[in-house]
Design a protein around this ligand. Structure first.
Ligand SMILES: *Cc1c(COP(=O)(O)O)cnc(C)c1O
Length: 372
């Protein structure tokens, strides 16, 4: 059957800003300058300002933002980094890319993000000198409860690197995510709240030294051309993507408002249904990268929705500690019960700024009918 409602449709957004985007892309083509030019420099300034931070460093992807941030913090081979298993591969592969070992802590059942209580328990039980940093993930667009995590990090002398790849513009107690810990990492993967037309990422920080190290790390470790002071990489945001992102950043708040409106409408229609709707804590401004419900008989519901032309996703079906590639970490089933339980019941409904009220009504009616 023909798809009625996709999980998201990037063409609608492009068509709404086509003139601005085409003009920006053309102007890059006409300069003939594609790597580390004026667009990257200006977008770094603009996005850092948007996040209320001093510095922004454009990199090749969100994964690279995390990887280079770990290195910029001095993480060495054999060090340990804490994060949650309730995520897809990038956050964890950034840790292993830095030759460090991921240490998992379970999530809070309300926000799906790092539980401060479980973090404290984990550190009491197994703190070692090898632990260097915590990567809280603002998953689905909802900020992590950062204050208790910052306190714990201070007590154990750990760096805090925020994975804000799903949360551009989200706020924790009036603070923009990405500006709260030592470093904030963003992805501009096309489907993110702020998405490029290809890969891209950004690291934001208030620490000048960290920003300087990141600028070298992303560009072969060069301090100036052909003079290498550290061992670096090639991981840069390019001019075409930066030009696109400069245009799109101006619309981000408006798109996030539209996402929040869609979420509120979903909530109103699903509140009294059999599914569990997402919550927004009073400290949080959620930006609904995803609208994730929990549903009984999730797989059957997903199948029914599919048959009715509604495309949904599961974020995420298999927790990181149970992935084949991370077997060597030595985790087993039931190590992280909340994450594991939710993997069986989470379902991401269509969510994008241009989603219409009619579409949401159709989706919610279909869900309600499934349970009668
Ligand atoms: C998208 C994403 C990343 C990585 O982004 P890429 O740009 O695809 O490398 C990292 N962490 C989370 C939580 C993400 O959603």
């Amino acid at each position: 059957m023909k798809t009625k409602i996709p999980t998201l449709d990037l063409r609608i957004q492009y068509n709404s800003i086509k003139k601005e985007i085409d003009k920006a892309l053309n102007s890059v083509l006409e300069t003939g300058w594609f790597i580390l030019g004026e667009n990257v420099k200006n977008f770094e300034k603009e996005f850092a300002a948007y996040c209320d931070t001093k510095y922004g460093v454009g990199v090749g992807s969100g994964t690279e933002a995390l990887h280079l941030s770990l290195l910029a913090c001095g993480v060495k081979s054999g060090d340990e980094i804490i994060t949650v298993p309730n995520v897809s591969a990038p956050t964890v592969s950034a840790i292993t890319f830095a030759n460090a070992t991921p240490v998992f802590v379970d999530i809070d059942p309300e926000t799906y993000t790092l539980s401060p209580e479980k973090l404290e328990i984990c550190l009491k039980k197994r703190f070692t000198k090898k632990l260097k940093a915590i990567i809280p993930i603002h998953l689905y667009g909802h900020p992590v409860n950062m204050d208790p995590i910052l306190e714990i990090a201070k007590k154990y002398n750990l760096k805090v690197i925020e994975d804000a790849c799903q949360a551009h513009g989200a706020k924790y107690k009036e603070k923009k995510v990405g500006s709260i810990g030592n470093i904030g990492c963003f992805s501009f993967y096309p489907t993110k709240n702020l998405g490029a037309y290809g890969d891209g990422g950004m690291v934001v920080t208030n620490d000048e030294k960290t920003a300087e190290r990141l600028r070298m790390l992303r560009n072969y470790g060069e301090e100036k051309k052909y003079y290498n002071v550290i061992k670096g990489f090639n991981s840069r945001l390019d001019e075409l993507q930066a030009a696109v992102l400069r245009v799109k950043l101006k619309h981000l708040d408006q798109w996030n408002r539209a996402r929040r409106k869609c979420a509120a409408f979903y909530n109103s229609l699903l509140q009294t249904s059999s599914v569990t709707i997402p919550i927004e804590k009073n400290y949080a401004k959620h930006v609904f990268h995803l609208y994730v419900i929990r549903a009984k008989q999730r797989n059957k519901l997903q199948e029914l929705l599919k048959n009715k032309g509604i495309v949904t996703n599961i974020h995420y079906p298999l927790p990181m500690h149970l992935q084949q590639t991370y077997k060597d970490l030595g985790y087993k089933k039931n190590d992280f019960p909340t994450t594991e339980k939710f993997a069986q019941s989470v379902l991401s409904l269509p969510m994008f700024p241009e989603l219409t009220k009619n579409q949401i009504e159709y989706i919610c009616n279909t869900i309600r009918k499934f349970y009668v």
